[in-house]
Design a protein around this ligand. Structure first.
Ligand SMILES: NC(=O)c1ccc[n+]([C@@H]2O[C@H](COP(=O)([O-])OP(=O)(O)OC[C@H]3O[C@@H](n4cnc5c(N)ncnc54)[C@H](OP(=O)(O)O)[C@@H]3O)[C@@H](O)[C@H]2O)c1
Length: 334
């Protein structure tokens, strides 16, 4: 079968389409005929070797974090799926493998594809929508009447986060360039600050919580937008000790390292009176079922920016790496 394989760490040249053996499903796994796969910034960060401290792969490895497709066979012990089921999944972080014509995924990470979506839109969902759900529901406990700041809501995670926060009953402020304004307004943003011409820290005050998708100065600016006693969760800033223990299930060594790298940032959060948390999302078939039901109830729209054929996956990477995507980028296996 064809797969997009990483053979070293570096620029675009270290990953290419190759013929590899078809994987066999192990115990508890389903084998999926992949119809489409979504791209995420973590794919090029993995290729660049930026996540080696967290996930070490024995190279060569097939890249790709999320997919949609049809179950073709099941391994021993599988109870929830059978051949013919149309499914989607955020695959295991320690294994990857979604950029391939066939993939094996543990059934706990898989859910039935939303009935109202085609394979392209279903493949665009798992990683970004799970991240948004877990940040807003589990970490920030967003509920009716809360005021939430979500900088950068025009991208892959942001388009889901904005809609989920609205669904949970929040008033949402975001930042966008003129390129993304119409999209975030259509998805329900109550306040939109043009980050290319305005300083959002002067426009927004006393928000209950922030979900940062941008990092850097934007994350630090969010500390002054959130009221004292509020919480800021980032997926683009610096990891802190809880990231190591709760999200990565690692010991004191990594927690200490993250304590050191995030010390300045945590100090500035403390001075602003806000709690800071860096979240690594968690693959989950159960959470995908929740998201699928929101989609089928027309409460969540999946925004796809561009679709590429699998043969043009390198172009899809180059497009995503520009950082301007409005919604998601997807490849189809065809
Ligand atoms: N920790 C985790 O578990 C986790 C999970 C998912 C994603 N992430 C990380 O989260 C970040 C966002 O991911 P994504 O998939 O949403 O990325 P993305 O789709 O590539 O985001 C692109 C969007 O970001 C907007 N943008 C860029 N700079 C901005 C700024 N300064 N202010 C406001 N908006 C800005 C762009 O809008 P314009 O073109 O209009 O500027 C574009 O629409 C990435 O760093 C990714 O690696 C982490």
């Amino acid at each position: 079968m064809r797969a997009f394989v990483l053979t070293g760490y570096g620029g675009p040249d270290v990953a290419s389409l190759r013929e590899v053996p078809v994987p066999e499903p192990g115990r508890g796994e389903v084998r999926i005929d992949v119809k489409a796969a979504g791209l995420n910034p973590v794919d090029f960060k993995t290729r660049e070797g930026k996540l080696r401290l967290i996930n070490r792969y024995a190279l060569p490895v097939v890249l790709g974090c999320e997919l949609s497709g049809v179950v073709v066979s099941v391994g021993e012990g599988v109870t929830r799926f059978r051949p013919g089921d149309e499914v989607f999944a955020r695959v295991a972080k320690e294994r990857l493998g979604a950029f391939a014509e066939t993939a094996c995924v543990h059934e706990d990470l898989v859910a039935k594809k939303p009935a109202s979506l085609d394979f392209v839109h279903a493949a665009a969902m798992p990683l970004a929508s799970l991240t948004a759900l877990q940040a807003l529901r589990d970490e920030l406990a967003v509920e009716e009447g809360m005021r939430v700041f979500i900088p950068g809501a025009a991208g892959g995670v942001g388009t889901f986060a904005l809609q989920i926060a609205k669904h949970l009953g929040a008033t949402v402020a975001t930042t966008a360039s003129p390129r993304g304004r119409a999209l975030v307004e259509r998805l329900g943003a109550d306040v939109v600050v043009d980050y290319t011409t305005q300083d959002f820290t002067k426009e927004l005050r006393d928000y209950d919580a922030a979900f940062d998708l941008v990092g850097g100065d934007t994350l630090e600016g969010a500390f002054s937008v959130v009221r004292r006693g509020g919480k800021v969760v980032s997926i683009a800033g610096l990891p802190e000790p809880t990231t190591a223990t709760k999200d990565l299930h690692r010991g004191a060594g990594l927690a200490t390292l993250f304590w050191i790298v995030s010390a300045g940032l945590r100090f500035r959060a403390w001075r602003a009176g806000v709690a800071y948390r860096y979240l690594f999302m968690r693959p989950s078939g159960k959470d995908l079922e929740v998201l699928a039901s929101l989609v089928d109830a027309k409460k969540l729209e999946v925004v796809v920016d561009q679709v590429f054929s699998f043969a043009k996956i390198a172009e899809a990477f180059a497009y995503l790496e520009k950082g301007r995507a409005k919604g998601k980028v997807v490849v189809t296996m065809g």
